[in-house]
Design a protein around this ligand. Structure first.
Ligand code: ADP
Ligand code: ZN
Length: 611
C-alpha cells in the first residue's frame, strides 16, 4: 500500500505506526504553510508534530526551547533516530558554538534547537540570513505569558527574531497550558498569522490517579515504594528541606534515590538528573524545579509528597509518568497542612517585576483560586480524572474506573443534621471566620483566639464535640463543592453561606455525603513484569541488559535506545528478520540498522526448542 510521506517518516525515524490524536492534523497544516497553536498535555507527543514537517521540508527548522536539558535530550534522541540535529545554547564552548554555526551554514542539520537568549545575537542572525528556514517551532510557548508560572522574558524576543527572517517561515507554537489568558498571550505576543488552533484531549488513559490522606506520610511512602523497587519514579516535595529529608529516608531504606532542588550547585543538579535519566538512581526526590523538559519515558510513578499549588502544575508534574504509554501511577499524599504551606508560598512569592501592583494583586487572587481547586481535588470523593478534565474544560463521564475515587466503595450517609449545625455556626459567627475557627467552635475548643473573641458564648459552641476535626472538615469540603457555602479568596479565607444553604437549614433538602467503606490501605501492585502474560520475563531481562550495555557504550539514556514498551513488544513478537524487527512498535529504520542484529541475536538464542 502506498503510504503518504508523513506516515513513512513517522515509522522510519520514530518507529511508530499510527499518529495519536491531533498529530496528523497539526502536521498537515504546518506542511501546508499555515501557522499553528497546539495545546496538548504533557506526554501527548508534541515533538513529532514539528519534527515530521521538519524532515519533510526543504529548509531548516528552528526549535526554540527554554531549557538546556530539554534541548540536549531531544537532540540526543533525534540523532539516535537518524535525524541530523544540533543545539545552540550556553552548554557549548565558544569553539563548539562556532563550529555548530559553520555546520548550520553548510546545511548539515535539518533541526536546530536554540535557546531564546541566542536568537538575537549577531552571529546567529547572520547565519539565519544565509540559510533557508522553513519553520520556527516554539516549544513551551506559554513561557511568553506573564500570567503563567514559567514566564521567561527572553521569550519576548521571539517575535522580533521572526520579523527578521525573510521570507517569514511558518510559526508553530506548542504548550500544555490551556488557560485562555495564556492562550491569548501566545497568539498576541508571537503574532501568529491566522493559526490553525487545536486543543487535543487532555486525558491520559494510561495514568492511574489517586489521593491518599495518610496519618504518617513517610510510613505510607515506604509502603508505596516497597512494591516498586525495580521501577523508576519521581517524588515531588514542596520544600528543599522536605526533599533532603525524604531522600535521606529512602537512602536509609536501601533505595537508589537522588535529589534535585534549586539550592544545590549546578554541577550536582546536572549529575543527579543524569543519574536518574540513566537509571543509575531509580527514585528522584525533587521540588518542582525538577522536570520541565525531562523526557524520560520510563517513569512509572509520580508521587506528590505534598499537594502542589494548582491543578496545572499537578497535571504537568504527574504527567511525567507513563510517557512511554505504559500503565503508570500518579499518587498524591495530602494533608491539610499542605494548604497552609501553599498559602505561605503565595504570600511570600517574589513579585514579578514586569507587573504593576494592581496586576500583581490580580495574579495573587488567581493563585488563591487555583489553590482552592487543587484542594478540592484532594478532598473530593468524585472521580479524580473527571475532576481534572473538567478543570481543563473537557466534558467527562462521572466514572473512569481508574482512580482512587472510582475504585473506593462508598456508602452514602445522611449528614443533614451535621450540615445544619455547620451552616448555623457560620451564620452565628457572623460569616467572618475561616474553616479552622468554625471547626474549633463546633468542637468546643478552648483556644485563646476563640475565647477572647467571645465565640465560646455562641449557641453553636461545642455542638459537634463528638465529631473529629477531619470529619467536620470533610463535610465542609462537601458543602463547598456542592455550592452551599463558599470560602472567600485571599490571604485569610472566610467561610460564607450561599443562598442554597437555606434549603438545608429549613430541612427542605437532604444533604448526603459519600464516605469510604473501608480504607483502601496497602494495595501493593504486583511487579508488572511478573503479572503481564504473553511473553517471557527472562527474555525481557536479557534484552534489557543488552539495552543497558548499548546505552553505556553510546553514552545515552537507556530509553533513548528503546523504550520498555518497545522491549515488551519485541518479547511478544520475537522477530528474527529485519522485516519482522521493523514491525515492533518503536523501531524505525535507523534503530534497526544500529541495533537490530544485536537484539535479534539474543532473541534467536532464546527461541524455545519446540517452537
Ligand atoms: P510532549 O512533548 O507532548 O510531552 P513527547 O513529544 O515527548 O511529548 O512524546 C511523549 C512520548 O510519546 C515519547 O516517548 C514519544 O516517543 C511518544 N509518541 C509520540 N508520538 C507517538 C505516536 N504517534 N505513537 C506512539 N508513541 C508516540
Ligand atoms: Zn475515576
Amino acid at each position: 500500500m502506498e503510504q503518504d510521506i508523513k506516515h513513512r517518516l513517522l515509522k522510519e525515524y520514530f518507529g511508530h505506526s499510527a499518529f495519536r490524536e491531533g498529530q496528523e492534523d497539526i502536521i498537515d497544516y504546518i506542511m501546508s504553510g499555515r501557522d499553528a497553536l497546539c495545546i496538548m498535555p504533557t506526554g501527548a507527543g508534541k515533538s513529532v508534530c514539528y519534527q515530521i514537517p521538519a524532515l519533510a521540508a526543504d529548509g531548516v527548522t528552528i526549535v526554540i526551547s527554554p531549557l538546556i536539558s530539554l534541548m540536549n535530550d531531544q537532540v540526543t534522541g533525534l540523532i539516535q533516530s537518524g535525524v541530523k540535529a544540533a543545539y545552540l545554547n550556553s552548554s557549548l564552548t565558544s569553539g563548539q558554538y562556532m563550529r555548530a554555526l559553520d555546520n548550520i551554514r553548510s546545511g548539515k542539520y535539518k533541526i536546530i534547537y536554540v535557546a531564546p537568549e541566542r536568537l538575537m545575537t549577531e552571529s546567529f542572525l547572520a547565519v539565519c540570513e544565509d540559510i533557508d528556514i522553513s519553520v520556527v517551532a516554539v516549544d513551551e510557548a506559554h513561557c511568553v505569558s506573564q500570567w503563567g508560572q514559567d514566564f521567561r522574558p527572553s521569550y519576548l524576543k521571539i517575535p522580533d527574531f521572526i520579523d527578521k527572517l525573510e521570507p517569514r517561515p511558518v510559526v508553530a507554537a506548542f504548550t500544555a497550558t490551556a488557560t485562555s489568558d495564556v492562550k491569548d498571550d501566545i497568539l498576541r505576543i508571537l503574532r501568529l498569522h491566522d493559526p490553525f488552533q487545536i486543543t487535543t484531549g487532555f486525558d491520559r488513559p494510561n495514568l492511574f490517579f489517586s489521593v491518599m490522606k495518610p496519618k504518617n506520610k513517610s510510613g505510607e511512602l515506604l509502603d508505596l515504594l516497597a512494591g516498586r523497587r525495580e521501577s523508576s519514579g519521581i517524588i515531588y516535595c514542596s520544600t528543599r528541606k522536605k526533599v533532603e529529608e525524604v531522600c535521606e529516608l529512602l537512602k536509609a531504606n536501601g533505595y537508589a534515590a537522588t535529589r534535585y532542588h534549586a539550592g544545590l550547585s549546578e554541577t550536582e543538579r546536572r549529575q543527579n538528573q543524569e543519574d536518574f535519566v540513566y537509571d543509575r538512581s531509580t527514585v528522584m526526590v525533587a521540588t518542582n524545579a525538577f522536570g520541565m523538559g525531562i523526557d524520560k519515558s520510563n517513569v512509572s510513578y509520580v508521587i506528590h509528597y505534598n499537594m502542589p499549588k494548582n491543578i496545572e502544575s499537578y497535571y504537568q508534574e504527574a504527567g511525567r509518568a507513563g510517557r512511554d504509554g505504559e500503565e503508570a501511577e500518579c499518587i498524591l499524599l495530602y494533608s491539610p497542612q499542605d494548604v497552609r504551606i501553599n498559602k505561605f508560598m503565595i504570600d511570600n512569592s517574589e513579585p514579578n517585576p514586569e507587573l504593576d501592583t494592581q496586576q500583581q494583586a490580580a495574579v495573587r487572587e488567581l493563585d488563591y483560586k487555583r489553590l482552592k481547586y487543587m484542594t478540592i481535588y484532594c478532598t473530593t470523593n468524585d472521580c479524580l480524572r473527571g475532576f481534572i478534565l473538567k478543570y481543563f474544560g473537557e466534558k467527562q463521564k462521572s466514572y473512569c474506573g481508574k482512580c482512587s475515587s472510582c475504585l473506593t466503595r462508598y456508602e452514602t450517609k445522611d449528614a443533614t443534621i451535621e450540615a445544619q449545625k455547620i451552616i448555623s455556626c457560620i451564620i452565628r459567627a457572623g460569616q467572618r471566620y475561616g474553616r479552622k475557627m468554625i471547626i474549633d467552635i463546633l468542637r468546643g475548643s478552648k483556644n485563646d483566639r476563640l475565647t477572647s473573641a467571645g465565640l465560646d458564648r455562641l449557641s453553636t459552641y461545642g455542638i459537634m464535640s463528638d465529631s473529629s476535626e477531619n470529619s467536620i472538615r470533610s463535610i465542609i469540603a462537601c458543602l463547598e463543592e456542592n455550592g452551599y457555602i463558599v470560602s472567600t479568596e485571599g490571604e485569610y479565607p472566610v467561610l460564607k453561606i450561599l443562598p442554597a444553604s437555606s434549603d438545608i437549614l429549613k430541612g427542605k433538602t437532604k444533604f448526603e455525603i459519600k464516605i469510604p467503606k473501608e480504607r483502601s490501605g496497602k494495595e501493593k501492585k504486583p511487579d508488572k513484569k511478573e503479572s503481564s502474560g504473553g511473553f517471557s520475563a527472562a527474555l525481557y531481562e536479557k534484552l534489557r541488559a543488552l539495552r543497558g550495555q548499548l546505552a553505556d557504550q553510546a553514552h545515552v539514556p537507556a530509553y533513548v535506545i528503546f523504550s520498555n514498551a518497545t522491549l515488551e513488544d519485541m518479547c511478544r513478537r520475537m522477530p528474527t528478520t529485519d522485516e519482522e524487527f521493523l514491525r515492533v512498535s518503536g523501531v524505525g529504520r535507523k534503530k534497526l540498522e544500529f541495533y537490530g542484529s544485536k537484539f535479534m541475536d539474543v532473541i534467536r538464542q532464546n527461541i524455545p526448542e519446540n517452537k
